[in-house]
Design a binder for this molecule. Structure first.
Ligand SMILES: *[C@@H]1O[C@H](CO)[C@@H](O)[C@H](O)[C@H]1NC(C)=O
Ligand SMILES: *[C@@H]1O[C@H](CO)[C@@H](O)[C@H](O)[C@H]1NC(C)=O
Ligand SMILES: *[C@@H]1O[C@H](CO)[C@@H](O)[C@H](O)[C@H]1NC(C)=O
Length: 441
């Protein structure tokens, strides 16, 4: 069978799972393809149609999932470690989002996951380029799969993915208004998102101090390193700020005996990236923040059975092979805030949700609270006046799993006992939140 880059396939996959000794058939429709979003810049997407016992897949929303990094792969990490129908061991996931929505994973920016560029000039260098690339992809997607044009479409994101999601949502809103793209855009959800990098970095010290992970000496050192980042941002020296952000992380690791940036309560033995003299900060940060999304077992899965199944991955493309270049090309943009973009989204009437994990350090909740208070949105005073509402953890009724607040087009979910990767840490709560945001609960 010949597959070309623009071919549109529909694959019905039937697989049988042996679980606790019983075999149960599980069927799901899926599809995937590449779109050349710019000359020599190939972006890979993978769609799972919603698979619910109680609703037709076209009666459920469509969710685009964007991973962080930049350079982390949604088709790999988001799919097999967080919300896809199967986990990394290819067993069914009980809290799969596919039971409540069709889920579209896209490896973006170009160079991420199975996406690739033919040459060094193909990488995106800022979020506006990331957004225009994604718009090309979405134009192709909604044209090829016209049946999704009327389905409520949500963008969910994690970490740096949130910064991209905000920029993409704004461009998407404009494109829909101009009629250059047909879809039923219903909202964006920013999970543990890098919207205001400085507010995150500046709260690391206080957050770690109040959770017994820094003593006063450590607090002073972390705060002083964070102040240097702040000065660079204020002087608009953004690449330098990215480098100093990396230095601040080293100071945090040294003072906390290697805290896990993604969940302060789940330190692995000997965690903490060993810094070697002379290593440039890009490669250090790739090891720190992209490698955890590309564990050896996940890489073996993606570059082994998964690429075999997908068939269309070019021979010389390795899943994750260009991740470091993706990150280094974005280094000048990394520390820039996009709070104003969130304001523009609210102004345009887009439904915006923030959700954040209580145990996340890298994008701690304190930092999110700070930038939310900087919004110019006219609804903010009303939002601030509200008290939050507790939500039961669906996995343990009677136990609080989250708090939330909603005012007009803006919601905030505080997810308890979760770190940066909320669906991995608190799968049932994350699924419940998905249903609430997409108005199914
Ligand atoms: C793969 O090989 C093709 C043809 O030789 C080349 O044009 C392309 O740049 C290569 N891609 C990568 C990611 O190395
Ligand atoms: C935004 O959410 C509200 C419910 O909070 C809903 O009534 C409205 O239709 C949503 N807007 C869009 C554009 O989907
Ligand atoms: C959402 O925002 C738009 C534009 O500001 C506004 O017209 C609409 O009433 C808002 N929706 C809700 C539920 O407040």
């Amino acid at each position: 069978m010949i597959r070309t880059e623009t071919s549109c396939r529909l694959v019905v996959v039937l697989f049988f799972i042996v679980n606790t000794g019983l075999s149960s058939p599980l069927s799901g429709k899926e599809d995937w393809d590449y779109v050349e979003v710019r000359d020599g810049a190939h972006m890979f997407w993978w769609l799972y149609y919603a698979d619910s016992p109680s609703a037709h897949s076209m009666d459920l929303p469509l969710v685009l999932w964007l991973q962080g990094g930049p350079g982390g792969s949604g088709t790999g990490f988001g799919n097999f470690e967080e919300i896809g129908p199967l986990n990394r061991n290819q067993e069914p996931r009980k809290t799969s989002w596919v039971q409540a929505a069709s889920v579209l994973f896209v490896d973006n920016p170009v160079g991420t996951g199975f996406s690739y560029t033919d040459g060094p000039g193909g990488y995106a260098t800022d979020v506006s380029m990331v957004a225009s690339d994604m718009l090309v992809l979405l134009q192709h997607f909604f044209k090829d799969k016209a049946e999704f044009q009327s389905v409520p479409f949500y963008i969910f994101s994690e970490s740096y993915g949130g910064k991209m999601a905000a920029a993409i949502s704004l461009e998407l809103t404009k494109a829909v208004a101009h009629g250059s793209l047909k879809c039923n855009f219903a909202g964006v959800a920013l999970g543990d998102s890098w919207i205001s990098p400085l507010d995150s970095v500046m709260t690391w010290g206080p957050y770690l101090y109040t959770t017994s992970l820094l003593d006063e000496y450590g607090l002073a050192e972390v705060s002083s390193a964070a102040d240097a980042v702040k000065r660079a941002v204020e002087l608009q020296q953004f690449e330098k700020a990215t480098e100093l952000w990396s230095v601040t992380e080293t100071v945090v690791e040294q003072n906390t005996n290697g805290v896990n940036f993604y969940n302060i309560l789940t330190q692995e033995p000997d965690e903490g990236v060993v810094t070697s003299a002379g290593e440039d900060y890009i490669s250090l940060q790739t090891r720190r923040h992209i490698q955890p999304l590309h564990s050896q077992s996940l890489s073996e899965l993606m570059n082994g059975p998964i690429r075999k199944k997908l068939v269309i991955i070019p021979q010389n493309v390795t899943w994750g092979g260009q991740a470091e270049e993706v990150f280094s090309n974005m280094a000048g943009d990394f520390m820039k805030p996009v709070v104003d973009v969130v304001d523009q989204l609210l102004e345009a009437g887009v439904n915006v949700t923030i959700y954040n994990g209580q145990l996340d350090l890298i994008v701690d909740t304190m930092g999110q609270e700070l930038w939310v208070k900087k919004l110019k949105w006219e609804g903010l005073p009303g939002f601030n006046k509200m008290r939050w509402t507790p939500l039961d953890d669906p996995a343990s009724p009677g136990v609080t799993g989250a708090f939330y607040k909603n005012h007009k087009n803006f919601s905030f979910y505080w997810i308890l006992k979760a770190g940066h990767m909320i669906p991995s840490d608190q799968g049932p709560m994350a699924l419940q939140m998905l249903k609430m945001i997409t108005q199914q609960a």
